[in-house]
Ligand binder design. Structure first.
Ligand code: DP6
Length: 350
């Protein structure tokens, strides 16, 4: 027999960035972060997991290619979920699987992204959130406390802990050494800010040159600026951002979002050797938004960039066609820039 489950998890984009770990194994960050969950119809991972006594090893296929499961990150996620497994009677096959059987049963896992992997569009976030969520569904795991699954997804990739909820999500850095309090919490759901509009300008779908994992390691080791940011800047910004979201205050939201993206990229530049994630097209996009905001005397749009050149742009519904016009005027559809629109939507995993 074979039992199977399929799940889908959205990607998320941080508006207060996570960059730097205080514990590499447990993936504990040097600062808290806040993200917006993206519409899973547009940016998500879909994962099917099968378990069978006929399987001889855990195996994983990512976007059609088999990849090794030797990485400790996969092992940690699988171990934590297996340890929490319950007795399950599979509805389709009627097979009864006891909690201790899950420890021995091997898994075949197939995961697909509907967007470019590793181009700075948080593909690892959607992927690990989906793996943990789907595994938990398959093995009948119930959260013992709010955020428990997010803490397990965090062991796969830090930003993944923020993809288990919709709307606006805060990843609390936590204080405990074992990471039990380093969990994600939803600060506002997907219906909270209906007229916030998100555009993604795909500047390049090329794999990034420096992965987030190794980039942030180098920054922690060499950038004095990162430590100032984590201690003296982010805690205040987290509060301001929570406030801006609660009040639907687009001006503050936009100001903090742009400032935090720029500060994150400044810490990359402060790394030795320096890391550059933005390219000339990214910089032109920044210029476009900054010029518009200056012309109008208040923020009309905001931009943020992760570890890659692609831009995520925010504006309000009433301004969305103006932003599109400006984008199309400056970047007529041409190789290199693809524009798509995403609205914060229905964001729960399936
Ligand atoms: C720039 O979560 O990909 O997107 O924890 O090592 O897997 P690991 O890193 P990852 O880093 C994301 C960095 C970022 C900012 C963010 O999403 O907060």
């Amino acid at each position: 027999w074979v039992v199977m489950r399929t799940g889908r998890a959205p990607s998320n984009i941080a508006v207060i960035k996570y960059w730097g770990k205080r514990d590499e194994k447990l993936i504990l960050p040097v600062n808290s972060s806040i993200s917006v969950t993206l519409n899973p119809d547009d940016l998500s991972a879909t994962t099917t997991i099968a378990a069978s006594p006929a399987f001889v090893a855990d195996r994983l296929w990512l976007n059609g290619k088999e990849v090794s499961m030797e990485s400790q990150r996969y092992k940690n996620c699988l171990r934590e979920i297996r340890e929490r497994a319950n007795d399950v009677v599979d509805e389709q096959t009627g097979v009864h699987i006891k909690r201790e059987d899950w420890l021995k049963l091997k898994l075949h896992i197939v995961s697909e992204n509907n967007f470019p992997t590793a181009a700075g569009l948080a593909s690892s976030a959607a992927g690990f959130a989906c793996l943990v969520y789907t595994l938990a569904q398959l093995m009948g795991v119930n959260e013992r406390y709010q955020g428990e699954l997010s803490a397990i997804a965090r062991l796969g990739s830090g930003s993944a802990c923020r993809s288990l909820d919709g709307g606006f999500v805060k990843w609390d850095m936590g204080q405990k050494e074992d990471g039990a309090d380093s969990i994600a919490v939803q600060i506002a759901n997907e219906t909270h800010w209906k007229d916030l509009v998100i555009f993604i300008a795909v500047v390049s779908s090329r794999q990034k040159e420096v992965s987030s994992t190794s980039g942030m390691q180098e920054t922690v080791q060499t950038s004095p600026f990162l430590h100032f940011r984590a201690k003296d800047v982010v805690p205040k910004r987290i509060k301001e951002m929570e406030d801006a979201v609660a009040r639907h205050d687009f001006s503050s939201f936009a100001r903090i979002t742009c400032a935090d993206s720029n500060q994150f990229h400044a810490t990359c530049l402060d790394t030795s050797p320096p890391i550059f994630y933005l390219n000339d097209t990214s910089k032109r996009l920044i210029g476009l938004v900054e010029r518009w905001n200056t012309q109008e005397g208040s923020p009309q749009a905001a931009y943020t960039f992760d570890a890659g050149p692609n831009a995520v742009l925010f504006t309000t519904e009433s301004n969305s066609s103006l932003l599109l016009q400006r984008l199309l005027f400056q970047f007529p559809p041409a190789p290199g820039v693809v524009l798509s629109s995403y609205v914060v939507g229905d964001l729960k995993t399936l």
